[in-house]
Design a binder for this molecule. Structure first.
Ligand SMILES: *Cc1c(COP(=O)(O)O)cnc(C)c1O
Length: 425
């Protein structure tokens, strides 16, 4: 078999440098909690391909459903010749998402595409243009979603000009906003929106219930309900970007449920397809159906193979009770990490929900971000065979996103490797 080293050489000759990789090993196969590289080395997976393989890699039901579908047909384009599985995925979305109102759904290929479409729908339905997003937000890499994303490097640098009518409000970030509670942080954000944008101009308020790339920032309790209530009072569409938090990741089907939110629209992708590319916008029927026929779509959106995978992934989440599995992972991770944090002054906070947990690293005795140590710990994890990711505006957050089916033994082995990496760096 070709080694990682040889593959890397071939890559350098043909793959654009702008496309990076966290590790230099090339994958041969992967399962419910590990990846095996082409050199035969096993990695503990605390990344899930960025919160995608919630049901595990090559999950049995997903493999079976994909195999059966590719034998029947691979593509017709739902806009040309429709098929059942697209409708069945929308039935599942309408059923599983929070909100006791009548809903509709539409399928797309990627998270960024779902966010773009949610904004299109909100603008069309309200006749307004402004979109409010938050500090540290991440919503994708297309032109509109780059504008919605907060962080310059690496996402936006020299890629402008960006789409207009995007406004940024302060986020609730308990570690870093001087002890504001949820209501106070919401008042601060709403004040910015009202003064700088004007309530009657706002088409949509778009927010991740727990920020992903921005650092697994969990807003103070009450922040999200207050923002949602303001949107409802002023006629703005409240959009929850659940692309990273959705599909059991946080211990509920959707993270909005932790605070009883019923977003007007929800965007989903990542965990939805068991590893195949599929995304969706789901929400209030009167908003979704405001758009004229033919106004939404795309060649591949809701591709039949991806729909088959999504249905199988959702069935797996139900049958294996992956909400409960995520809460079980949360208890193991937070217990172990809190114990480490108790003896490590460089860990400012252990936070997150379910199997979406992070630690934020700082210079001891301060809240000054320690990106250098974060990079060193991360590198040590990779050398030891633990696949972890970093995130955060300041590059000082280590995040843990294991597959929800990871066996306890592998989870604990990963924690041991992480403990050693933190101790040595
Ligand atoms: C990953 C992500 C996106 C973008 O999804 P892509 O499929 O990479 O386009 C948007 N929003 C959030 C919260 C994400 O985590």
């Amino acid at each position: 078999m070709t080694s990682s080293e040889e593959l890397h050489k071939r890559r350098l000759a043909v793959v654009a440098k702008g496309v990076g990789s966290t590790i230099s090993a090339y994958v041969d196969h992967a399962g419910g909690g590990t990846l095996t590289d082409v050199d035969g080395r096993e990695w503990i997976d605390f990344a899930s391909g960025i919160a995608v393989t919630n049901v595990g890699n090559a999950a049995p039901r997903v493999v079976e459903a994909v195999r059966a579908q590719v034998e029947r047909f691979t593509h017709t384009c739902f806009m040309v010749a429709p098929y059942e599985s697209y409708v069945a995925v929308c039935e599942q979305l309408v059923d599983l998402t929070p909100g006791s109102f009548e809903k509709r759904a539409a399928l797309f290929n990627s998270g960024a595409e779902a966010v773009e479409n949610a904004v299109k729908i909100a603008r069309h339905a309200t006749g307004r243009q402004a979109v409010v997003v938050f500090d540290h937000a991440y919503h994708g890499r297309t032109n509109l979603t780059m504008a919605l994303t907060a962080k310059n490097m690496p996402y936006k640098h020299r890629f402008g000009p960006f789409a207009p009518e995007v406004y940024r409000a302060p986020m609730s970030y308990p570690l870093r906003d001087g002890g504001l509670d949820g209501a106070e942080a919401a008042r601060r954000a709403i004040d910015v929106i009202e003064k700088q944008v004007g309530a009657s101009n706002v088409a949509a308020v778009l927010i991740e219930p727990i920020q992903g790339e921005g650092g697994f920032v969990v807003p103070a309790p009450g922040f999200l309900p207050a923002i949602a209530a303001w949107a409802s009072e002023t006629g703005a569409v409240f959009i929850a970007d659940e692309i990273q938090t959705g599909f059991c990741r946080t211990g509920q089907w959707f993270a909005s449920e932790h605070e009883g939110l019923e977003p007007d629209l929800i965007t989903t992708a990542k965990g939805m397809g068991g590893g195949l590319p599929i995304a969706a916008v789901v929400g209030r029927a009167e908003l979704m159906d405001a758009v004229h026929a033919g106004g939404l779509g795309g060649t591949y959106g809701g591709n039949p193979v991806a729909c088959a995978a999504a249905l199988a992934a959702i069935e797996t989440m139900r049958e294996l009770d992956l909400d409960a599995a995520a809460r079980h992972i949360e208890s193991i991770l937070t217990t172990a990490l809190s114990e480490i944090a108790g003896t490590d002054d460089g860990i400012a906070e252990v936070r997150g929900r379910g199997a979406m947990i992070a630690i934020e690293l700082v210079k001891p005795g301060t809240i000054e971000p320690d990106a250098a140590r974060t990079a060193a710990v991360s590198k040590a994890c990779h050398e030891a065979g633990l696949l972890t990711l970093t995130c955060g505006t300041y590059g000082n957050v280590l995040r843990f996103l294991p597959p929800l089916v990871i066996p306890d033994e592998q989870l604990r082995r990963g924690l041991d490797l992480l403990t050693t990496a933190l101790r040595d760096n």
